[in-house]
Design a binder for this molecule. Structure first.
Ligand code: ADP
Ligand code: MG
Length: 259
């Protein structure tokens, strides 16, 4: 039954396609803390998947392993069908948006985006005109055309979030990892940005993996929602089915529905 399996072999027109992302029994500990316990997950190309879990459940650790910032103790991570242990995020075709934005405050919006393009390793050097075109295209995608010359110190929190997203997209990642991307925004901006994220994902056709501690956000944005509790993936399902059939009382508690 679809809803009760953790892993689905993605199938298009009767033939299996390579998962954009495949985690095989991934485990990671920090000293005595088991941050991730045998997490197995397959994400389809073009899917927008959300990962819901309380603080400390292992969400950021999971993203860091997929990006290659950190290595799993056990299991393995495949991106686009390749086991890419030890390769950089860019080589993996993976982009990362940090919770804290992690922008360079003393640089302009343009320079924040251009920096990654100019200094990425293992990629052909591109000329200034092409850097300009790619930066402009990424700014247009997030609705910030014309703001390139502004200093990051002068723009609003909502605009910083968009710049952080544009900086990730400028490298044309096939898998986009978002670590609580709406967490620092006020309620109004959060709703607006949530809509933007789904629009951008559709426009790009990439695979988005968005982690959050907010159940409404997870249910509204994910075509599937994976629920993480104390490092274990306890259920993965379409939003409606999660509500109708939470796999355990833990999941029901996390979804705030006490049935
Ligand atoms: P979340 O992002 O869901 O809040 P994290 O992935 O940051 O959770 O953390 C999961 C668990 O692993 C927590 O108990 C956290 O304290 C621990 N942890 C994460 N990173 C480290 C680290 N670098 N050193 C020690 N403990 C860590
Ligand atoms: Mg986190």
């Amino acid at each position: 039954m679809l809803g009760s399996t953790l892993v689905r072999a993605p199938v298009v027109e009767g033939r299996a396609v390579t998962a954009a992302l495949h985690l095989h029994a991934v485990g990671k500990s920090f000293g005595r803390v088991a941050a991730l316990r045998a997490v197995t997950l397959a994400v389809d190309p073009g899917e927008y998947i959300t990962i819901l879990g309380p603080s400390g459940s292992g969400k950021s650790t999971l993203l860091r392993l997929i990006a290659g910032f950190d290595r799993p103790d056990t299991g393995r991570v495949e991106v686009l069908g390749q086991d890419l242990a030890g390769r950089s995020a860019h080589e993996r075709g993976v982009g990362f948006v940090f919770q804290s934005f992690a922008l360079f405050p003393h640089l302009s919006v343009f320079e924040n985006l251009a920096f990654g393009l100019r200094y990425r390793r293992h990629a052909p050097v591109i000329d200034a005109a092409q850097v300009g075109r790619e930066v402009d295209a990424a700014l247009a995608l997030v609705g910030l055309s014309g703001l390139g010359a502004r200093s990051v110190a002068q723009i609003s929190g909502g605009q910083k979030q968009r710049v952080a997203l544009a900086r990730c997209l400028v490298g044309k990642p096939r898998v986009v990892l978002l670590d609580e991307p709406l967490g620092a925004l006020d309620a109004n901006l959060r709703d607006q940005m949530a809509l933007e994220l789904t629009r951008i994902q559709r426009q790009l056709g990439g695979t988005f993996l968005h982690v959050t501690g907010n159940e409404q956000e997870a249910l509204a944005l994910g075509s599937r929602v994976a629920v993480l509790d104390q490092g274990a993936l306890v259920q993965i399902d379409m939003p409606r089915r999660l509500f109708e059939r939470p796999a355990s009382s833990q999941v029901a508690r996390l979804l705030n529905c006490f049935n």
